[in-house]
Design a protein around this ligand. Structure first.
Ligand code: NAD
Ligand code: IPM
Ligand code: MN
Length: 368
């Protein structure tokens, strides 16, 4: 019998609501595929600030260190935006977790299921079979983490600054992840940068180009980020794998998520280096946030959180059959016409459901 352990950090807003459904699905899969996952729930983000006075308590980090992986919900919200920036949920918990565990590779699979074509804002004739784009986002560098970072208020004209920094080593390791991913897909990799303006991007392009010699089968292209944002809307299928820096990846992945029907559909895996057994320590979370505008109403889409469980099973636990079963179950409930409010268009076969009903339907599909 295989035993795994994960730390569960539900966080704020819709985090706990969608997490509850994801844990139901995890339980159903472990029952069906004969393994166990022990889950330890810890405080993070605004919930931890309210209970303990800090967004990332030491016991939370300790629990994560002892587990095989982290299943993360989302953090942040209006209640905490007036705290000092480094004491807020995002900069005080989420970014430090990514940095502490060296989770530099963020995989965001933007998949528009064929049955959700008409929920996409893209003209349907452009995506007759939906689309499937993988965004590989650098996650522990760039302008998020570069120093100096700060502000100077001791003058008439307050000034704030952030620094974008990338080293060759950081670019190489993320490009390698992207080339390897492309080898397992359609072998087309688009590196997205702003090399007409930014020094970081000039280095980025050089490193990506140099690495392409190691992967002659992969067709490497480069786009400026403004053009890439436009091309994604014009024709998402012109992309297979995208590799880009932290900030551009953040922005393009929300765009990609909406093109697939809703931000509530896009999961993510944040990975460090591959271990000898082929698995990764990782943190798995929806690409979207705590959605304060709909929190507490039981209407959030739990699919991004559920698909994050699938990625966790695949990349950190090696339970590929269980991961496949979750992906299939999600596709099946969408094919059945079940839609949370974010996906509901009123079309013929659609049934509007809440967060819990969607979770229950995925569980039923796994058991079927
Ligand atoms: P958001 O992603 O929370 O919400 C953007 C929009 O998408 C909202 O209209 C929301 O209702 C909708 N949405 C998002 N997820 C949904 C889901 N599962 N089902 C249905 N609709 C969904 O972005 P925001 O409003 O800019 O940020 C809110 C808070 O979340 C901020 O504090 C932000 O910093 C934080 N945030 C956290 C994470 C994270 O923890 N990983 C990610 C992004 C944003
Ligand atoms: C994401 C989020 C975070 C990011 C925020 C909450 C710090 O938007 O995971 O996409 O920008 O990385
Ligand atoms: Mn984001």
């Amino acid at each position: 019998n295989r035993n795994h352990s994960i730390t569960v950090l539900s966080g704020d807003g819709i985090g706990p609501e969608v997490m509850k459904q994801a844990l139901k699905v995890l339980q159903a899969t472990s029952d069906r595929f004969d393994f166990t996952v022990s889950t330890e729930e810890c405080l993070v983000g605004g919930a931890a600030i309210d209970a303990k006075g800090c967004p990332l308590p030491e016991e939370t980090v300790k629990a994560c260190e002892q587990a095989d992986a982290i299943l993360f919900g989302s953090v942040g919200g209006p209640k905490w935006v007036n705290l000092a920036p480094d004491d807020q949920p995002e900069r005080g918990a989420l970014l430090p977790l990514r940095k502490h565990f060296n989770l530099y590779a963020n995989l965001r699979p933007g998949v528009c299921l064929p049955a959700l074509q008409h929920a996409s804002p893209i003209k349907n004739e452009l995506i007759p079979n939906g689309f499937d784009v993988l965004c590989v986002r650098e996650l522990t560098g760039g302008i998020y983490f570069g120093t100096p970072k700060g502000r100077d208020d001791n003058q008439d004209n307050p000034t704030a600054y952030d620094t974008m920094v990338y080293s060759k080593h950081e670019i190489e390791r993320i490009c390698r992840v992207a080339f390897v991913a492309a080898m397992g897909r359609d072998k087309r990799l688009c590196s997205v940068d702003k090399a007409n303006v930014l020094q970081c991007s000039i280095l980025w392009r050089e490193v990506a180009t140099e690495m392409s010699k190691e992967f002659p089968e992969v067709e490497l292209s480069h786009l400026y980020v403004d053009n890439a944002a436009m091309q994604l809307i014009k024709q998402p299928n012109s992309f297979d794998v995208i590799v880009t820096g932290n900030l551009f990846g953040d922005i393009l992945s929300d765009e990609m998520a909406m093109l697939s029907g809703s931000l509530g559909m896009l999961p993510s895996a944040s990975l460090g280096n591959q271990k000898d057994n082929g698995l990764y320590y990782g943190m798995y979370e929806p690409s979207g946030g705590s959605a304060p505008d709909i929190a507490g109403q039981g209407i959030a889409n739990p699919i991004a959180q559920i698909l994050s469980v699938s990625m966790l099973l695949r990349y950190s636990l090696g339970e590929d059959d269980a991961a496949d079963a979750i992906d299939k179950a999600v596709k099946s409930v969408i094919d059945q016409g079940l839609r949370t409010g974010d996906l509901y268009t009123g079309a013929g076969n659609e049934t509007k459901v809440g967060t819990a009903e969607m979770g229950t339907a995925v569980v039923a599909a796994i058991q079927a």
